[in-house]
Design a protein around this ligand. Structure first.
Ligand code: MN
Length: 428
């Protein structure tokens, strides 16, 4: 697909720092507010946010068929629900307005000043209201690591794993924005060495590095979405942290899967990078063997080459890089996930999140959770301050980042950053 807004030769009149995730080829959507502006939609460009409400109200987006007030809202659901073609035209028009060769906005001093908000004056919010959340389990490296740890290497993957993208329905209400603090959860705990379960603070609090896609179209109950139609439903992507309490999980998950060990919180990065902007960074996925059933078969490049990092920053300390991996390692791609999710007639809603599952790569430094990085607590990670970590401590901030680079263009996701605070529970 040839998308004009992705052209590597495009330059903006807005200054773009060389390390910025947001050149003119990105143009991700988010929800921001300032001391003087209520929450509304914006687009990231360099160190600024372009105020879509202002542009729309002042005629800069005329002719695109946008309903009145579509950007002047706390969430992007109504906008993304207009469909990918509308969003593509809006992104194309913004690309024009920000182009160094276009003076419609550039030459109007007042409009320029009013529509471009410095990021450091803005507060970012949840970009969407999330009706439904599914978490897949689509990294073979991750599934094999966990299987090896809790069973054995020989039977690391369950017999179904290479035939379907395994997943579970997660909790949408506790998905929070970057910047929101995460309180350590309490739960039922039953370490192997004790006879009876007890109630207490999780001692094995973990992150899971994931990407999530957000849907922008409804299929209606009873209508499967075929793999070849699935791109129409996938609006864009965010970084996703599927916070996990391992000691709660190991006791509660049998036989129905994750529950309270996951539902205390998940967090997402503030900018939705469109599937359109990620189009140039598509790559082939791993060969799938055994051959998958027809409804999961696909053609072309469906994986994304996105470099991902996780940092742990202890309280009042420096950030430590603990994981470097890539989204391209996923065994199951997002189109397969969507086709599988809907093949029984399950209905998608606008703003749903479909998370990838923990993204691990082949090497030790590329594992996407503390569980794997410190191998179940047996190989604690060394931090720069001399401390060690097997799991997260109170005061730790977990930072996730992601970028793609090709033909001299680098686009990224910004930061997903949340701090762990002590529990609000009381021992009883
Ligand atoms: Mn997960």
């Amino acid at each position: 697909m040839n998308i004009k807004a992705n052209d590597p030769s495009l330059k903006s009149w807005v200054e773009i720092p060389s390390d910025s995730d947001f050149p003119i080829q990105n143009l991700p959507f988010g929800i921001f507010s300032t001391d003087y502006l209520e929450a509304g939609a914006g687009v990231a460009i360099g160190n600024h946010i372009l105020d879509l409400t202002y542009l729309h109200e002042n005629g800069f987006l005329d002719g695109l068929g946008l309903p009145a007030g579509v950007f002047n809202q706390k969430y992007l659901n109504d906008f993304i629900g207009l469909g990918k073609q509308v969003a593509r035209e809006v992104r194309g028009r913004i690309s024009e307005l920000l182009n160094v060769e276009n003076d419609e906005l550039q030459s109007q001093v007042a409009a320029r000043e009013l529509s471009l908000i410095p990021m450091d004056e803005a507060q970012m919010h949840m970009p969407i209201r999330v009706p439904n959340y599914t978490d897949f389990y689509s990294s073979e490296y991750h599934a094999a690591n966990v299987g090896t740890m809790f069973r054995d290497e020989e039977n690391a993957l369950f017999p179904n794993w290479k035939h379907l993208p395994v997943g579970y329905h997660g909790r949408a209400s506790s998905i929070v924005a970057s910047g929101v603090d995460i309180h350590r959860p309490y739960g039922q705990l039953k370490p192997a060495e004790v006879e009876k379960p007890f109630f207490g603070a999780s001692k094995r609090l973990d992150f899971e590095l994931e990407m999530a896609f957000i849907t922008c179209k409804e299929n209606g109950l009873g209508n499967p979405v075929s793999l070849s139609e699935s791109d129409d439903y996938i609006f864009g992507f965010v970084l996703f942290n599927d916070w996990s309490a391992r000691d709660v999980q190991v006791w509660e998950y049998v036989p129905l899967g994750p529950f309270l060990a996951k539902s205390f919180a998940s967090s997402m990065s503030p900018w939705i990078v469109t599937a359109d902007a990620l189009e140039p960074f598509k790559v082939n996925g791993p060969k799938q063997d055994p051959e998958v059933l027809p409804y999961l078969q696909y053609e072309g490049s469906k994986n994304y080459d996105i470099d991902l990092q996780v940092f742990i920053q202890p309280d009042n300390d420096v950030a430590n890089l603990v994981c470097s991996t890539n989204f391209k390692h996923m065994y199951w791609n997002v189109n397969q996930q969507l086709a599988h999710q809907t093949m029984n007639g399950c209905n998608l809603q606008v703003g749903d999140m479909y998370a990838s599952g923990t993204i691990s790569g082949p090497d030790e430094g590329s594992f996407g959770s503390m569980l794997e990085l410190a191998w179940k607590g047996t190989k604690p990670i060394q931090l720069k301050n001399g401390q060690k970590r097997s799991f997260l401590e109170d005061g730790d901030t977990v930072i996730m980042k992601g970028q793609c680079e090709r033909n001299g263009v680098k686009i990224g996701f910004g930061e997903l950053k949340n701090k762990v605070l002590p529990s609000k529970n009381k021992d009883s």
